[in-house]
Design a protein around this ligand. Structure first.
Ligand SMILES: [Zn+2]
Length: 283
């Protein structure tokens, strides 16, 4: 298990500090690249045939069959892996409830929480997201950016606030996130810029970056910093070494926010390149 996942997604929920966490599978498993490659090796050769099918009906059928192949590949590769089983085993040992959701045929979200009552809320939010996505795809409003089409729920303030609450994010930071999204401001770029400015003034504080992929409304946000401080103190109480580990995770999280715009640009370029490769290769 990745150190970061162990602390942020398992321990903090187990200790009752965060209501819920999200781990994306297989991306956040150790050896994710190898698992992804094994899935690709099975699927890519079949995808290449797709572009040569002209008949729409035949094409749809092939896509459906392909999706089932992908699900099977996910089961054979990811669910059979030791790392995946280890994650479920640790959830069980720590008394964490799990909820899994298929985002795409080869991607699952693993939600961890303790409180049974949270399950209903989570299920409703996931259902709501499916509805928002379907609605956006069937009637895409004009002039939407790419992120808006792929993650339309992130542009619905109510949905974002509720999800943020479940992840244990401060209200002010969630509100800023939602308003940025609604105003077409890139949250990642905004957060990276704020952080660089704070670092230049020597005001950056890694406690504000208390879990990865969380973006504080400001690098000096009092709520975010006090959340990080509380987590650190509680982990130190369990074991001082855990406090040291968490301190290094905080620094990594801060670093990740600084580099986020580059990381997104690189992923986008890689995805485009992969798509071109699929389409260019002869069937
Ligand atoms: Zn805040």
């Amino acid at each position: 298990m990745l150190k970061r996942v162990k602390v942020e997604n398992y321990l903090l929920v187990h200790l009752g500090l965060r209501p819920c966490s999200l781990t994306t599978l297989p991306a956040e498993l150790p050896g994710a690249e190898g698992l992804g490659r094994s899935i690709d090796e099975r699927i890519l050769p079949r995808m290449r045939h797709l572009s040569s099918i002209g008949d729409p009906e035949k094409r749809l059928k092939t896509i459906e069959a392909l999706k089932n192949e992908m699900r099977k590949a996910y089961r054979d590769v990811v669910e059979a892996s030791q790392q995946y089983r280890g994650h479920l085993e640790w959830a069980r040992k720590l008394g964490l409830r799990t909820l899994q959701f298929e985002v795409r045929p080869t991607v699952r979200e693993l939600y961890l929480f303790r409180d049974k009552a949270l399950e209903k809320r989570l299920e409703n939010l996931i259902r709501e997201r499916v509805r928002i996505r379907e609605e956006t795809l069937s009637h895409p409003p004009k002039g939407l950016g790419r992120a808006h089409l792929v993650y339309p729920e992130e542009f619905k303030g109510g949905w974002v606030s509720e999800m943020g609450e479940l992840y244990g994010y401060p209200k002010c930071c969630v509100e800023r996130y939602a308003s940025d999204r609604e105003n077409n401001i890139s949250v990642e770029e905004r957060a990276a810029r704020q952080l660089k400015e704070a670092e230049e003034k020597g005001e950056a504080e890694s406690l504000a970056y208390f879990v990865s992929y969380f973006f504080p409304c400001h690098p000096r946000c009092p709520s975010a910093i006090s959340t990080g401080k509380r987590y650190l103190e509680e982990l130190q109480k369990v074991d001082p070494r855990l406090g040291e580990i968490y301190t290094s995770i905080l620094r990594e999280n801060l670093d990740l926010v600084r580099r986020q715009p580059e990381i997104i640009a690189r992923h986008r370029a890689m995805a485009e390149e992969a798509m071109q490769r699929i389409h260019k290769q002869p069937p």
